[in-house]
Design a protein around this ligand. Structure first.
Ligand SMILES: Cc1cc2nc3c(=O)[nH]c(=O)nc-3n(C[C@H](O)[C@H](O)[C@H](O)COP(=O)(O)O)c2cc1C
Length: 340
């Protein structure tokens, strides 16, 4: 790759570890000059089969912009954004959906910038079993503040029945999604059954990140009919539920979620919250599929007692707590993110 202008190479090389649904890494960047770059969402890396594929596409763009802001701030730059806020269309002829033009201006990095950057570098999705303890209330204040600042609320529950119900709904979601042919085909595209394949492709959901033996994951995912078989279905369910042990707390974000601007701001706030939790040593696992699967969403709203009044929606559900460090999810090299 030819060297990028100004600080972009260093900034983008760090920011490319932003999280994305199915680790599809849809954000692409064209560097215009030393101070300016254009940010796009690559529609070929989107998840069109998912109900909410488009809203979560914009959410992911917000997650990226917050990631870039944190990385740039720690390296002495303030980012100014000119946001496009265009409706996304997975069938568009131009596969690069414009998100924003971003501009860098020098600004001294503060201690807080360094703190958030350290959290950014450490952040991972944690799908391991959790240690059965809830997060102290004071450690959730920063998340509540981040949510309120964006017009959202962050609610949590440590009620054992609510937690158990949500873990069950999440597991049922996986089984239900596989019965939908389009969603099933889409998940298959992003699964990586061996570490060699995960490293070579640098994207997707690897067996190790999912804490499943590669062979078992391949068999289970390629034969979804088996999931309804009494014995085999039960075994698959137990393997999956083993990773969900020890969950003592779930949380959800609720707020305006009715158009590109809402989705993007929600994503930005979600990333900020994730970093605040990481900074406090809290593990997090987004359970986004419970939101995007309509049947699961309805069950979740009922279990959690959420009163959704449009344009407000409970748009993200997470489990949170404490757990061992999870495996790393691989990323594509910088030259595949940058548009030359
Ligand atoms: C908006 C959003 C929704 C997500 N939803 C889920 C989900 O439903 N289930 C899941 O296991 N991981 C989910 N993830 C986590 C991604 O799969 C994860 O970020 C990606 O694989 C990269 O791994 P990392 O977070 O460890 O870097 C979600 C992430 C984002 C940003």
């Amino acid at each position: 790759m030819t060297a990028l202008g100004g600080p972009w190479e260093s900034l983008l090389d760090s920011a490319r570890t932003y999280p994305s649904p199915h680790n599809s890494q849809p954000i692409r960047v064209r560097v215009v000059d030393d101070a300016t770059a254009e940010v796009f969402y690559d529609l070929d890396r989107g998840l069109p089969a998912e109900n909410f594929g488009i809203p979560f596409g914009h959410v992911c763009a917000g997650v990226f912009l917050e990631s870039l802001r944190v990385v740039a701030a720690s390296e002495g730059y303030e980012v100014t954004e000119r946001l496009a806020h265009l409706d996304m269309d997975f069938d568009a002829a131009d596969r690069l959906h414009p998100i924003a033009t971003v501009t860098l201006a020098p600004r001294a990095a503060s201690e807080d910038d360094a703190r958030l950057r350290a959290a950014f570098d450490r952040r991972r999705t944690n799908r391991r079993p959790y240690e059965g303890r809830a997060v102290p209330d004071a450690d959730l204040d920063a998340v509540r503040e981040a949510a309120l600042g964006a017009g959202h609320t962050f609610a949590t529950s440590t009620d054992a029945d609510v937690v158990a119900d949500i873990i069950r709904v999440n597991q049922e979601t996986l089984f239900d999604d596989l019965r939908n042919d389009a969603v099933h085909a889409e998940i298959l595209e992003w699964l990586r059954y061996s570490e060699t394949e995960a490293i070579a492709k640098g994207d997707g959901l690897s067996a190790s990140a999912m804490l499943m033996p590669g062979g078992a994951l391949r068999f289970a995912m390629q034969h979804p009919g088996m999931w309804d078989a009494p014995v085999l279905g039960w075994i698959i369910k137990q393997i999956y539920l083993r990773t969900m042990r020890g969950v003592a707390q779930v949380g959800w974000f609720e707020g305006p979620f009715a158009g590109p601007a809402d989705y993007l701001e929600a994503g930005r706030m979600f990333m900020r919250s994730w970093l605040e939790l990481t900074d406090r040593g809290v593990a997090l696992h987004p359970l986004g599929t419970v939101i995007t699967n309509p049947r699961s969403h309805a069950k979740f709203v009922e279990v959690a007692g959420v009163d959704e009044k449009p344009p407000r929606m409970a748009w993200m559900l997470v489990r949170l707590g404490y757990a061992k460090t999870p495996p790393v999810a691989h990323r594509r090299p910088l030259d595949q993110m940058v548009i030359s």
